[in-house]
Ligand binder design. Sequence first.
Ligand code: KDG
Ligand code: MG
Length: 408
Amino acid sequence: MTIRSAEVLVSSPGRNFVTLRITTDDGVVGLGDATVNGRELAVAAYLTEHVLPLLIGRDEAMIEDAWQFLYRSAYWRRGPITMAAIAAVDVALWDIKAKVAGLPLYQLLGGASRTGCLAYGHASGTDLDALCVSIQNHLDQGFKAIRIQTGVPGLGQIYGVAGDQRPGQRYDYEPAKRLPKPAEELWDTRAYLRHVPGVFAAVREKFGPELVLLHDGHHRMTPNQAGSLGKSLEPYDLFWLEDCTPGENQEGMRRVRSQTTTPLAIGEVFNTVYDYQTLITEQLIDYVRSAVTHTGGITALRKLMDFAAIYQIKSGFHGPTDISPVGQAAQLHLGLAIHNFGIQEYMKHSEETLQVFRTSYTFENGLLHPGNNPGLGVDYDDDLAAGFEYTPAYLPTARLLDGTVHDW
Ligand code: KDG
Ligand code: MG
């Protein structure tokens, strides 16, 4: 068989997504996710102008060859746009291969290594009471692992804390207000550092020692501040402290690691194994945060995880709602199969998203499972998608109290 057609589908069912659909001359269809939050049209154009014309007529079974060709022949390597485009092609080809085999994709990756993938949800609250309500909601939904974020006294709305906290409201940042420009939020790292340990103390006190707790620092600390926070959180036994400092300064993580035994997770903004080279070989992190969607697909992330396994580093794939159900399904198949799976981030998509993307993955007793349909197990409904037109939407940005732009 060969690739007969490839289309880029841009839609906004609840939030913006870029999806690649590849069809073989036998009519087998594969889907890939190419969504780069806030920069969607850049990757759509990269695919349409520079990748799609190279796909038509290729042997769809030659996945490794397609990956190497798209990575090496471009001359310009790496970067989020290139790697998301390659990921979309790679995942769509794996979807096709598994459908042709009549097997769920995880079977082609070695089969299941576990009954399901431990998932963590996002609890948040502007204050401790609201946070505790949110945690209880997550427990009621069956979550066994929960990320907690709170407002900081003196600061207003901050990233990672749901603005709308009415019961049943979803925490979701697509309502980054859909303004033509990013919303601005105020940030003060010292106020945050003073506040967070007390929140963890109170949550441990109320919910007990067993609950798996995580926290995201959103790249806002220096290595020294991060080390000090990690140390002060040690009594509360975190599963991980995520993005405690901007990870592109890999050496900076030596400073963090030398100061704390709190487990560390990093990499949701990385896009290749090279971003992790020092972090992995020096065992400066415990969890790889990459998503299949932003790291060149299943082919590349599986190799990255094999490299990490040598150093006892596990997966914690990025799974907010801007990873489409296609991307999430792909990393559930990978997570189910690899030995060094750690945990999977899981924010349930909105109803609109799940109408357009029909999924077969399940969430039960705190575990996600990709399902047993052939391929990825996700279908895309064009008719419904047509009703959800793309609208530019940005993540908010952070400024310090004196107006200085801070790390996102
Ligand atoms: O696109 C980036 C967002 O999805 C951001 O919320 C991700 O920090 C994030 C997380 O851990 O999910
Ligand atoms: Mg994060």
